[in-house]
Design a protein. Structure first.
Length: 320
């Protein structure tokens, strides 16, 4: 689930209930900053917040100024230099620059773009909302995109598969767990939101629509099932392929696949032994090492979550 969904859901709920709030979105950064463009926080009428812009003094200052704008029913673009001006009491001296758009939200504003974006995002489809602020006599339009979480396909619902699913769900992956044992791939063992598939592992993986946005973690209960799972996916596109097991076992498996005609470039894509080399021993530690490697691969490129600004001709106050 996109991290923006709870913030935008609360925005719509507050507006529908007649509770004013201010949506604060990082729309531009330069240098080192605590959050990237697309980070969002809702400042509510009771001075409470939902979401984060990175914490510390910068978040407190945005909240203070957003609350003032909320009382005035005004939108604005705030600029912050993250130096001694805002970092003296918590060490937040990043040296960068951050621009934050603040938009008052009320029942009078057009909420339909937010409702439509939420419906698309909950269905794991690309979605965006318009943001417009008036700043220094100019009306600036931005577009805020909701990140579509990548799919993590876990082959194996045993102890490691369960622990990886828990970690990955917290890291905003769409988690699908495949196992042929119903007593393992059961609702009681996995968080809400994790999709469970009880079927022959190889057959289920072959039928799954893999693409470059999918990550595959193979942690089945044995060598035979691991081989079947890897054979089912290695010739197909995926953003990540990870295989658990010793280096000796993994190399033997890759040699067998090479003998079966799998190209060397496909074999080289397999992360094995799986996970970052942190000396993991316990199941929980192994899950952390795997989750860390997933994040490392995922964040090698960052999506563009904010487009703009585009200056529009109409200079009237507007929120969208």
């Amino acid at each position: 689930m996109s991290e923006l969904i709870p913030v935008l859901s609360a925005l719509v709920a507050d507006a529908e209930a007649g509770r004013p709030a201010a949506l604060c979105v990082v729309v531009g950064t330069q240098g080192s900053t605590p959050q990237a463009p697309g980070a969002a926080m809702l400042v509510r009428a009771d001075f409470g917040t939902l979401g984060t812009l990175g914490g510390g003094c910068i978040e407190a200052e945005v909240r203070r100024r957003a609350f003032q704008l909320l009382q005035q029913d005004q939108a604005d673009l705030l600029h912050f230099n993250l130096d001694h001006d805002y970092g003296w009491d918590d060490g937040l001296i990043c040296g960068g620059h951050m621009s934050v758009a603040v938009l008052p939200v009320s029942e009078r504003m057009a909420l339909e773009p937010f409702r439509e974006a939420l419906a698309l995002a909950r269905g794991r489809q690309p979605a965006s909302v318009p943001l417009t602020v008036k700043h220094e006599g100019r009306q600036l339009a931005y577009r805020l995109h909701l990140e579509v979480p990548p799919t993590l396909l876990i082959a194996g619902a045993g102890h490691v598969g369960q622990a990886v699913a828990v970690q990955a769900a917290r890291l905003n992956f769409h988690v699908v767990v495949v196992d042929d044992r119903a007593e393992y791939a059961c609702r009681a063992r996995f968080p809400d939101g994790v999709t469970l598939v009880v079927e022959d592992i190889g057959r289920a993986l072959r039928a799954y629509p893999l693409d470059g946005g999918c990550y595959v973690v193979i942690v089945t209960r044995g060598h035979r099932h691991d081989f079947q799972a890897l054979d089912a996916v290695i010739r197909r596109p995926a953003g990540y392929l990870g295989l658990i097991g010793s280096r000796r076992k993994s190399q033997a498996m890759l040699r067998d696949l090479a003998a079966a005609g799998v190209p060397a470039e496909a074999l080289a894509r397999v992360h094995t032994p799986i996970g970052l080399p942190i000396g993991a021993v316990t199941v929980a530690e192994i899950a952390v090492s795997i989750a860390a490697e997933l994040v490392q691969v995922r964040r090698q490129s960052r999506p563009t979550l904010v487009d703009g600004p585009v200056e529009t001709a109409d200079a009237t106050d507007s929120a969208c």
